[in-house]
Write a protein that binds this ligand. Structure first.
Ligand SMILES: NC(=O)c1ccc[n+]([C@@H]2O[C@H](COP(=O)([O-])OP(=O)(O)OC[C@H]3O[C@@H](n4cnc5c(N)ncnc54)[C@H](OP(=O)(O)O)[C@@H]3O)[C@@H](O)[C@H]2O)c1
Length: 417
């Protein structure tokens, strides 16, 4: 039997308004919006002005409101709202990936302490139902990899570079004109947004709680026409791919780096603002989920699904974490990469363990070979400054090395919980 939910909504922008529309058209859901808190007093609102307030306490202190839906674009303020709401015994639904990824462990503890539920399906890949799928459907599956395209903005830009032969900067400009990219696009194009999502999915797929700053992210900002041409000549596309990988020794690696994908990959045909998630497990083999990664209605639909689940008392149980906690976070991995530099000798700094292919000319130099991810972390500033582009090949992680090196050198970082 569903409980009637009385919603205090924070934010009435793209997703907030999307939720309002989705909620008003949905049949059977037992939830009403009581009050909406927004920021800008001068904005015209498309619905009855009586709904709105600018004082967050009106929602947080209202005893009739039993669910806070947080859909604002300010991660710090979102954290303060969500924390207070949980402490006041209210359930919370949020779409804010940065806030969730940065405070996940604390928020999980708070929901336990105050016996409420915190749901955030909309924070990862828009309309794709990935969190509850990992949590419920794959609760006992021996998963070994979750990867995909988690950021619509960078995927839109990459699509335009290939389909319309645009340069990175022209494709970015087009994305900005169409509202797919913000004025400061760093969060999307440098891989931060995808990283927050990977951090959240790592908790549900493998029970790994890791802080975003521990995870390496490298985006698409330095991609050049030569890199795109290289991919096209080989029949490949370049996608920004977050990878969450469990190794055979039980450790888990998480990173975000562009990747070459061939026509055989599920990700090859994920274009524009669409997202796609590949889940790989021992028994289910490979599954692929795709859908709209952003937008008011697609994201609103994920929020609606959380609200509906909540009305039946649903709560994430972090099943993989409770099956086996203290999962080691493994940063000692070797990647098979394509590294393009503008100065012929720059690649020497990276200490390639093995080189499989090398090309040099006056204005185009690249190396394909095996490289520890630690070198990319160490040289990230240099890579950005020199406009070097790095992408992993389809081989990705050089598996044998990672495991033996870890076991021999005992370099796995045990996580303190
Ligand atoms: N857009 C998407 O497709 C998408 C997809 C997945 C997840 N998300 C996440 O959903 C959240 C909302 O994104 P959005 O695209 O809907 O943002 P948006 O269109 O920029 O709207 C932001 C809303 O938050 C309100 N707001 C900002 N600071 C506030 C504060 N301190 N107190 C009360 N209200 C405040 C704004 O108020 P005013 O109306 O007064 O300006 C506005 O209504 C973000 O966390 C985003 O990462 C978005």
């Amino acid at each position: 039997m569903a409980t009637k939910l009385k919603i205090g909504l924070f934010g009435f922008g793209c997703v907030g308004y999307g939720l309002y529309e989705v909620l008003s058209k949905s049949q059977g859901i037992k939830a009403d919006i009581v009050k909406i808190c927004v920021k800008n007093k001068n904005k015209q609102r498309p619905i009855d002005p009586g709904y709105f307030t600018y004082d967050k306490q009106e929602l947080l202190n209202n005893p009739d409101i039993n669910l806070i839906v947080e859909l604002i674009d300010d991660a710090d303020e979102a954290y303060s709202i969500v924390k207070t709401a949980l402490e006041k015994g209210k359930h919370v639904v949020t779409a804010n990936k940065k806030m969730v990824a940065n405070h996940l462990k604390e928020l999980v503890a708070l929901q336990e302490k105050h016996k409420v539920s915190l749901l955030y399906e909309a924070s990862c890949c828009g309309s794709i139902p990935i969190i509850r799928t990992l949590e419920e459907y794959y609760d006992n599956e021996l998963l070994f990899k979750v990867s995909g395209i988690f950021n619509g903005t960078s995927n839109y830009i990459l699509t335009k570079t290939i389909q319309e032969n645009l340069s990175y900067s022209d494709a970015l400009k087009k994305a900005q004109e169409l509202g797919f990219a913000e004025t400061d696009p760093t969060n999307d194009v440098a891989g931060f947004d995808a990283k927050y999502k990977a951090v959240i999915l790592a908790a549900h797929a493998f029970g790994l709680f890791v802080q975003p700053e521990e995870v390496f992210n490298f985006g698409i900002e330095t991609i050049s026409k030569s890199d795109i041409k290289y991919a096209q000549e080989k029949g490949l596309k370049i996608k920004l791919v977050p990878t969450i990988k469990k190794h055979s020794n039980g450790s888990v690696s998480v990173f975000v780096i562009p990747q070459f994908v061939s026509a055989n990959s599920y990700l090859y045909n994920v274009e524009n603002e669409f997202n796609g998630v590949i889940v790989e497990g021992a028994f289910s083999d490979k599954q692929f989920l795709s859908g709209k990664g952003a937008g008011g209605h697609p994201t609103g639909s994920a929020v609606l699904s959380d609200i509906s689940a909540l009305s039946y008392g649903y709560k994430y149980e972090y099943k993989k974490y409770h099956q086996k906690n203290n999962i080691p976070f493994n940063t000692d991995i070797i990647l098979n990469v394509y590294l393009r530099c503008n100065k012929p000798d720059d690649f020497k700094k990276f200490g390639f363990i093995e080189i499989q292919e090398q090309y040099g000319s006056k204005d185009y130099n690249y190396v394909i070979g095996n490289l520890p991810i630690s070198k990319l972390v160490e040289l990230k500033e240099f890579i950005t400054q020199e406009k070097i582009f790095v992408a992993i090949t389809e081989k990705g992680i050089v598996e044998g090395h990672a495991i033996t090196a870890l076991e021999e050198k005992n370099l796995v970082t045990e996580r303190v919980n």
